[in-house]
Design a protein around this ligand. Sequence first.
Ligand code: G3H
Ligand code: 13P
Ligand code: ZN
Length: 316
Amino acid sequence: MIVTTADLFELAYGKYAIGAYNINNMEQALGLFQGSIDAQAPIIIQVSRGARQYAGVKMIEAIIRAAEQIYPEAVFAVHLDHGDEATCYDCIDSGFYSSVMIDASHSPFPENVATTRRVVERAHAKGLSVEAELGMLGGVEEDIKVDEKHAMLTDPDEAESFVEQSGCDSLAVAIGTSHGAYKFRGKQGLHLNRLAEIQARLPGFPLVMHGASSVPQAEVARVNAAGGKLDASASGVPEEDFAEAVKLGVTKVNIDTDGRLVWYRVHRESMQDEPGLIDFRKPGKTFVQAYADFIVHKSEVLGCAGKLAEVRAALS
Ligand code: G3H
Ligand code: 13P
Ligand code: ZN
């Protein structure tokens, strides 16, 4: 059952976060849906511009629609991840998406507001909600000065006025995370104090954590043991921080890299362990199960495991 992202947020706010997972292919879709059923968790399926180019817009939609038929019990929203203005309009007009993200965070504040406002007007007219981004997501290196570090994080006063002026429905905030496998080194970590300050200005307003993969050391070690060359000192968001982030307004948690690590671990190990195998369906099947198990684990740490029945009842 496809639902609106706004409805999911209303049920989740302050109690649990919903995992938002990027998909690019059939195997990810099968694992994601299977995992959501195993966990009894609602999910947000994210489609990036890269995924739309890779699989094709029609194929991505067909994969999700087929998965919906295979897993009729699933409750999910479909969301455009990191959209530009043109892609947002394409998704809004398609009638398939629940919500879009307009990412104009690289633009100066007034331009970010104006672009977001335009997308909000088009989206709201069709019943979609809009996620916007404010602040500079990216590696906050240990050796830069504290002042500079804080300048990259989302400013709480700006966040309040951005939401008011743009009319967006949720906000991706920069609180120290970055995309990819290399987020933190040494003593770096989430800036939960900054998150608390943002929530104080925007009580009840859904906040989004991008770059929220945890980059488990054990997974990196297995990828490397099977021929990978990932930097083993890199780390991600500690899973024990999610519960606190939820209390501070984080309602959507974006996870892509951790799923890619599962894919690389399974496929590298398969090629290493069975070098004579010429059947990609074998590692494919292993990946679907491993990805489903991964979704179960993430749903547990985000607190949304076991919520499917009540979400379905509330939204049916
Ligand atoms: O934040 C970006 C997501 O990880 C999607 O990555 O644009 O390579 O599909 P992508
Ligand atoms: P990760 O790279 O930490 O998985 O973040 C994904 C993301 O933010 C997608 O928008
Ligand atoms: Zn992101």
